[in-house]
Design a protein around this ligand. Sequence first.
Ligand code: ATR
Length: 272
Amino acid sequence: MTDRYAVFGNPIGHSKSPFIHRLFARNTAQALTYEAILAPVDGFAPALQRFFAEGGKGANVTVPFKEQAFALCDSMSEEARLAGAVNTLIRQADGSIRGENTDGLGLVADLEANLGSLTGKTVLLLGAGGAARGCILPLLNAGIGELCITNRTQSKADMLAGQFAGHGKVTAIAMPELNLAYDIIINSTSASLSNELPPVPARVVGSHSVCYDMMYGKETTAFNLWAKAQGAAQVMDGLGMLVGQAAKSFALWRGIEPETATVQQALRASLA
Ligand code: ATR
């Protein structure tokens, strides 16, 4: 039987994961199927259990089920444990389910592919929700020099910085008190979804800064437009992170790391 994979979410119709994984499978000559499964908001666990009982080999999990998936795992990676959420599930030979979180690994892979080594870079992370939490350990493991977290609700940034303090140089600074320019500024907030900007002062953007919005789409995001207007050296959207996290999932399932550049191009073209 052909190996079966799927992404679970609600809603799921917009998911690009089937497009990406089917291209990976074609490019690496892997025989597999990958489908999108709409799980009821209150019925994720039974839908997932059915999928694995029917022989499913692995799954991706997206909004709003990443925390529920975390609770269903028999074992998990350090990234997943610290993220408190998983986006990748692997059914192991003994039938147990292992959880991974590849979102932050995909972000780091995209940054490194475009900028080279992140060693010593100063990074400002905007936001302190699930998306922010998931990328902190991978950024620290990539050797960045310093991570500063800032958030509209500053108490959440303080808490997050405290939780990761043992893993590297992590600080939290309230938005109005930010007074340095950073090498890399990452917008993990959902502000771009409503075409809004996090209230961050323009002085964090220097002429050397690379500004990264985790959002992606047909149009440039509000954050990237703002960053360009402040004179950022480069702006990037989250399309490379999306393909990068998928590549890490695919590698965990199939033992082969797919090439991502052409898949990014194909995805970008499909949005145009
Ligand atoms: P996700 O899982 O996508 O990270 P989340 O956990 O709901 O979603 O977190 C959303 C993040 O975006 C939070 O940091 C939130 O700031 P608050 O903690 O102050 O709510 C941030 N956010 C959302 N809309 C925003 C806006 N318009 N301006 C600034 N920050 C915003």
